[in-house]
Design a protein around this ligand. Structure first.
Ligand code: GRG
Length: 297
């Protein structure tokens, strides 16, 4: 089967999984349940749960216990986007070609929808215990997921980013690396690491998976910065040029477009070499990484 067809099938499977775990829209708090479902089901590439599943399969995982973690990671990713779009942060009105959550439901519901998704993510991930009670790695996977999403991961990166932007600070390359590693790469690290942990990969293998993810995460962020300069709005589903408008220092500011493109390709090559060194069958994951180098959205 060709890659594009496989990709679409995997997206459809992940969306069915998400539907199964998302809440029913009922009760007095119905509005927040609708806002949660709207945010998660508004589209998106579903890369993080996809990567998690591939890492799980790579190390021989076969149980359904990965499902709750896949859904949880996409909920955490979605909450971060919902909060990032709020007036207090980027104040964006469109994402994935649709109105942002606060643009549809108002600011208060936007905040609450993010809070609700973050809580619901852990409620969902913990259901893995019910599916495979004998898997001693589920607790370890929960710790990894929460670390990568929290102050020593994505939230930490976002804090430094927001602070630098507010102060209009001339940001060093070192600080920019910190931001990218945490804000962007940390959830990709969570994806590969949790997949590996749940299927019983060794600590050394999990460390290698995290390094693969770190490189892919950085490449992904650089591509995001490139697309904000030369992307097509109708493909991206959001306006371009927001970094320049916000006078935001990005990887492209430091390195220029051409060097940035080279770095995306170099980091991807390094990640692939490391991935192959694990000695497992990884063909879809490799193809997915290569696909991301040329992504237009
Ligand atoms: C609010 C705690 C908090 C964190 C926000 C995710 C994030 C941190 C900010 C969003 C802005 C941004 C450029 C983040 C870098 C990571 C990134 C490119 C996210 C978009 O991920 P995609 O492209 O999104 O996988 P889709 O829409 O495909 O799911």
């Amino acid at each position: 089967m060709d890659f594009e067809k496989q990709l679409q099938e995997k997206i459809a499977q992940i969306e069915a999984l998400l539907q199964a775990y998302l809440p029913k829209e009922e009760g007095y708090q119905r509005t927040i349940l609708e806002a949660m479902n709207y945010s998660v089901m508004a589209g998106g590439k579903r890369l993080r749960p996809m990567m998690m599943q591939e890492a799980y399969i790579m190390f021989g995982g076969t149980s359904q216990a990965i499902g709750p973690f896949m859904a949880a990671l996409e909920m955490i990713h979605t909450y971060s986007l919902v909060h990032d779009d709020l007036p207090a942060m980027d104040n964006d009105l469109y994402r994935r070609g649709k109105k942002t959550t606060h643009h549809v439901y108002g600011e208060a519901m936007g905040i609450l929808a993010g809070d609700a998704l973050l809580n619901y993510a852990y409620e969902t991930a913990a259901k893995s215990f019910l599916l495979e009670p004998e898997n001693v790695n589920i607790g370890k996977a929960l710790i990894k997921l929460s670390e990568k999403a929290g102050v020593y991961g994505m939230v930490g990166g976002q804090v430094v980013d927001v602070e630098a932007e507010k102060k209009q600070e001339v940001i060093t390359k070192e600080k920019l690396d910190f931001i990218h590693h945490n804000k962007t790469a940390a959830l990709i690290e969570a994806a590969l690491a949790v997949g590996g942990i749940l299927s019983g990969a060794s600590d050394t293998e999990v460390q290698k998976l995290e390094l693969v993810a770190r490189k892919i995460g950085l490449a992904f962020q650089i591509q995001d910065d490139i697309l904000d300069v030369i992307g097509k709005e109708e493909v991206l589903g959001k306006p371009i040029g927001s970094d320049a408008r916000n006078e935001k220092v990005t990887y492209v500011t430091y390195e220029g477009i051409e060097k940035s493109k080279e770095d995306v390709a170099r980091l991807t090559d390094e990640a692939l070499e490391l991935l192959h060194s694990l000695g497992k069958e990884d063909s879809f994951l490799s193809e997915l990484f290569l696909h991301l180098v040329n992504r237009e959205k």
